[in-house]
Design a protein around this ligand. Structure first.
Ligand code: MEV
Length: 329
């Protein structure tokens, strides 16, 4: 039996635009998905989750019992989670050249599902690591990132960047531009606060929505390019450790994402509550449509303001996690 974990992430800058080859800067945070894998003596795959922030589910399939889900999470999220795990298991079988291997997989996650904190990437990265090790193969974090990206690409119908999976596999703050993924050295302390509205956007639909908008309206294509320019400016601010400038650029980035139609009322309300509390900056993180905002704030004020904001269900501090995927225990 092998237990591996991998971190979730926030986007400092660049979600959505990264899908079209613009740069993005995601940062791993100290909230992890932990995946336990035990090889079975048959070819089946059994997936059990006690804690995908909500009520958990058990699904057995692969020539075993019919799919069944005892769940309060939306069905589409369960289907997506099963799709990711299924595909991660296939990657492990391929890496170990064991096409018939079966697994019992248990997922525990501190990362809300579909909320912009990279839950699926963390589960896939930890799952590939644990399953390959269980089959006696040890992959580098870059190899795991590559295989996890292939999973996201497949499950998200070809609309995925390498950002979430690379960040979760290697940890820290990273820069992703197309196929080029690099860790960013010497990142200053980034005092993040997360506000979570309890909801979840549909990444596939949101990404498809931006694509349609881009095809129909030249302003949307320009907006995607502008986000790329903003990210390059953000990288310079990060290098200089200029938190005031980082915050301003986060605010601009949120406005541009709003223009692309991926924000929501609760995300906007949380962003405004944070700004009015004098936070350095605030934006939605991830695909949007609901889920989380990330706030740069050196005091406790933004967190307090968020906790009183209608629509905000949970707030927490999120320290940068310099560790990527790792074996537990
Ligand atoms: C989702 O966490 C981030 C998006 O940019 C999609 C992707 O990068 O694959 C919206």
């Amino acid at each position: 039996m092998v237990v591996s974990s991998a971190p979730g992430k926030v986007y400092l800058f660049g979600e959505h635009a990264v899908v079209y080859g613009e740069p993005a800067v995601p940062c791993a945070i100290e909230r992890r998905a932990t995946v336990t894998v035990e090889e079975r003596d048959d070819e089946a795959l059994r997936v059990h989750s006690t804690d995908l922030t909500l009520d958990g589910f058990t699904v057995e399939y692969g020539g075993q019992a019919d799919d069944h889900a005892d769940v309060d999470v939306p069905e589409r999220l369960v289907e997506a989670a099963v799709g990711y795990v299924d595909s991660a298991a296939a990657q492990a079988r391929d890496a170990a050249d064991r096409p018939d291997a079966g697994f019992d997989i248990t997922i525990e996650s501190e990362i809300p599902l579909g909320a912009g904190l990279g839950s699926s990437a963390a589960v896939v990265v930890a799952g590939i690591d644990a399953a390959t090790r269980e089959l006696g193969v040890e992959l580098s974090s870059r190899e795991i990132a590559q295989r996890a990206y292939e999973v996201e690409y497949e499950v998200q119908d070809g609309q995925a960047s390498r950002a979430d999976t690379f960040c979760s596999a290697v940890g820290g703050a990273v820069r992703v531009e197309g196929d080029d993924c690099q860790p960013i050295p010497d990142v200053p302390t980034l005092p993040f606060v997360i506000g979570y509205d309890g909801g979840a956007g549909d990444t596939g639909e949101l990404v498809a929505g931006v694509r349609r908008l881009k095809e129909e309206y030249p302003f949307a294509a320009d907006t995607v390019e502008t986000i790329g320019d903003l990210v390059r400016q953000g990288e310079r601010a990060l290098e200089a450790g200029d938190l005031d400038e980082l915050g301003r650029l986060m605010n601009f980035n949120h406005g541009l994402l709003e223009a692309l139609g991926v924000s929501s009322r609760s995300l906007d309300e949380m962003v405004w509550a944070a700004r009015e509390s004098d936070a350095l900056g605030a934006k939605l993180t991830g695909a949007g449509g609901g889920g989380c905002v990330v706030v740069l704030d050196e005091t406790e004020e933004a967190r307090t303001a968020l906790s009183y904001t209608p629509g905000c269900e949970e707030t927490f501090r999120a320290e940068l996690d310099t560790d990527g995927v790792r074996v537990e225990g």
